[in-house]
Design a protein around this ligand. Structure first.
Ligand SMILES: Nc1nc2c(ncn2[C@@H]2O[C@H](COP(=O)(O)OP(=O)(O)OP(=O)(O)O)[C@@H](O)[C@H]2O)c(=O)[nH]1
Ligand SMILES: [Mg+2]
Length: 194
């Protein structure tokens, strides 16, 4: 019967969880959402122009041509019971006012760090700590290299011991998926403890 089919479908629908992908300017947030999303991601990027000279610090990201002005949106199915909706934040300080709205209803976050410029993601760590939103730190190797041991980066960014810190590559789907799974594991562990 059609009616009972609908009831069955509703009861077996996966849980959906909102996750933020945050971090400093140009650390690879849009790239990460794009790598891992199983749908064509929604992007709100605008070109970087001469108007940003002296405002946008392109040191280390000289090839960067566009910047997120609102959000990225993607989706990944972790298991038949769990689907993550991913919201990438804008990285530039002039768009940070949007973070509060983007964070509404988020269960957790990935703070992405560019291994060459870790300090650019310090404000993101501070943002989630202050609000008590659980997060993990993903250290994007950028050129596939990880020159510093994770504990040095943890110390440099004062990441607490209970927060997982993982080395990753924002361009690599499996690597990004591992970071998200670490976040889910951390969320489940803290829910069990509560
Ligand atoms: N080589 C390399 N390039 C990367 C990597 N991640 C991102 N990029 C490039 O670096 C630039 C910045 O990446 P984005 O994904 O736009 O960074 P973002 O954090 O979304 O930037 P904003 O939204 O402007 O804050 C782009 O040109 C990417 O193609 C990486 O892991 N390795
Ligand atoms: Mg972006």
């Amino acid at each position: 019967m059609a009616g009972s089919d609908v009831a069955t479908d509703a009861s077996s629908a996966p849980d959906t969880v909102k996750i933020l992908i945050a971090g400093g300017f140009g650390v690879g947030k849009t790239t990460m959402v794009g790598s891992v999303s199983e749908i064509v991601p929604l992007r709100t990027e605008e070109p970087l122009t001469m108007a940003g000279l002296g405002v946008d610090d392109l040191d280390g990201i000289e090839e960067k041509r566009a910047t997120t002005v609102a959000l990225d949106f993607g989706r990944i199915t972790i298991s038949q019971d769990l689907v993550l909706y991913l919201f990438g934040t804008p990285g530039q300080q002039r768009f940070w006012f949007m973070w509060n709205d983007l964070a509404l209803g988020a269960l957790g976050a990935v703070v992405l760090v560019d291994v060459r410029r870790p300090e650019s993601s310090f404000a993101a760590i501070d943002f989630f700590e202050r609000r008590g939103i659980p997060f993990v730190v993903g250290v994007n190797g950028f050129f596939g290299e990880h020159p510093y041991p994770p504990e040095d980066i943890r110390e440099a960014l004062a990441v607490p011991e209970h927060v997982q810190l993982l080395l990753c590559d924002a361009r690599d789907r499996e690597s990004c998926r591992d970071v998200l799974i670490a976040l889910i594991d951390q969320l489940i562990a803290s829910a069990v403890q509560a």
